[in-house]
Design a protein around this ligand. Sequence first.
Ligand code: TXA
Ligand code: MG
Length: 314
Amino acid sequence: MSGGLVAFPTETVYGLGADARNDWAVRGIFAAKGRPADNPLIVHVPSAEEAQAIAVLDGRAQALAARFWPGPLTLVLVARTGVSLVARAGLSTVAVRCPDHPLALALLRLTGRPIAAPSANRSGRPSPTSALDVLEELDGRIDAVLDGGVCRIGVESTVVDATGEHLTLLRPGGLPREAIEEVTGAVLSPSHEPGQSKSPGLRHRHYAPSVPVLVVDPGADAVLEALRTYPAASVLCTVETAEAIASAVPGLQILTIGRRGDAGTAARRLFGALRELERHRPEAIIAESLAEDRMGLAVMDRLRRAAAAAGSDH
Ligand code: TXA
Ligand code: MG
């Protein structure tokens, strides 16, 4: 790695990587994405041992890493030296994760250095879950993309702040909070101080396709009602709801996110479906809600942020 930008697959979404120790390379990530400089990046490592070199892992963090790495868990830890302050957005902490993907791990081992990598989308857009998605977002702005096919999980990692007395959930993601709570034996408190979220990225516009997203209650009735307000909308819903509404509204464009109760499939399909639907420039995307447990929590977080972004331009 000589300061270049390489997009690579992980089990969650594609990342846009650069040498985490190189200020200049890391600035390139922010520039390519149009990412605000106050939003720190996740630093990827090939193992927990490598994490120890750049961050302080107490017993609790070591237990989580031992149980869930490689995997979709990012730990916010007290930083040691070694990671560019640009990547950390000037913070004394650093977000670290070990991705569970052979290409990502090969890249980390071959380069022999930590790789800073946010999701490989333009700032505010849905995350890419295929190499083609990456090119759609960043072609001409990056040096290479490693094609590993479609991402297995489909939403980003779960971000947990492990710097305080209690663990806090900064971003729900590919590792269900319930799985973490089983290991720690304690409830993972969400970080809910509106407007002053500890995860800087959550202040910003996110996951938004180029058309408005409307999140409605589960079931065919709520979707049909929303269609009365937005007759030229497209629909993202469960298989069951699709079956119920398809005959009622001929010609309606519907993409399904799997069967009701299968939030894992919903997560895998979510960002790709938003991209596919926006290509047809509907008036709006009407998205059916899922139950907010396990993977459903991460899916609903992304949908709500996509919906909240409508009309906002900060
Ligand atoms: O699955 C993922 O996590 C993907 C893949 C590529 O690993 N990466 C990803 O990165 O989603 P990004 O930059 O899109 O999201 C990083 C999140 C942001 O919400 C950011 O604010 C938060 O992690 N974050 C990073 N460093 C932090 C820190 N020191 N303290 C609190 N939050 C931090
Ligand atoms: Mg992102």
